[in-house]
Design a protein around this ligand. Structure first.
Ligand SMILES: Cc1cc2nc3c(=O)[nH]c(=O)nc-3n(C[C@H](O)[C@H](O)[C@H](O)COP(=O)(O)O)c2cc1C
Length: 168
């Protein structure tokens, strides 16, 4: 028999991109408009023989509207401390009402037409492969519905094929 050592999941998740509750920015643009929003749910993995990222946006977000129109998005990973104020601002305001990115004093850059946040240390650009809203009947653990999905619209899962990973 082989000997297996238990590893803390945290240790294997540490990498250039950590999806562990660390905040990142989801950015999308369409028709000359660009918006970004703070998110913390997501991950990177392998699906349909492709390298993918997946994120979860609540229905009704302006960011998801632009993302649906363009079919593309980016994830920007910024220094948590340095951009604390920007994250807070982007959580609190909707891009429907104003130019959030300018309001947060951030800058838009583009790679192959996909907008991302220039102040980021790491960026992933992606093309949407799949999107679907969570449904109550899919939840095996119903307590999650009450805790996370009942105060508004259900989250939409977006699976995106990674187009490029950029490190500054
Ligand atoms: C710590 C934190 C994490 C968040 N993560 C998400 C997320 O993963 N998905 C989401 O849809 N909204 C998330 N939000 C809420 C959005 O940031 C917020 O509703 C924002 O104002 C939406 O802006 P928009 O309408 O311009 O897209 C989060 C908020 C906070 C405070």
């Amino acid at each position: 028999m082989h000997v297996f050592q238990p590893v803390d999941p945290v240790d294997i998740e540490q990498g250039a991109y950590t999806f562990d509750g660390t905040k990142f920015l989801v950015t999308a643009g369409s028709g000359g408009k660009v918006n970004t929003t703070t998110a913390k749910w997501g991950g990177a993995g392998f699906l349909w023989n492709k390298r993918v990222v997946y994120i979860f946006l609540r229905g009704g977000r302006y960011t998801s509207e632009l993302l649906d129109e363009s079919g593309e998005f980016s994830l920007s990973f910024l220094n948590q401390q340095e951009f604390r104020g920007a994250f807070k601002y982007l959580e609190a305001v909707s891009g429907r009402a104003e130019d959030k990115i300018a309001g947060a004093r951030l800058t838009v850059n583009y790679d192959d037409g996909i907008p991302f946040i220039d102040e980021a240390d790491n960026v992933i650009t992606a093309k949407v492969l799949y999107k679907k809203e969570f449904r109550e009947d899919g939840f095996v653990d119903k307590s999650l519905v009450d805790e996370f999905e009942k105060n508004g619209e259900y989250h939409i899962v977006y699976v995106g094929e990674i187009k490029k990973i950029m490190i500054r």
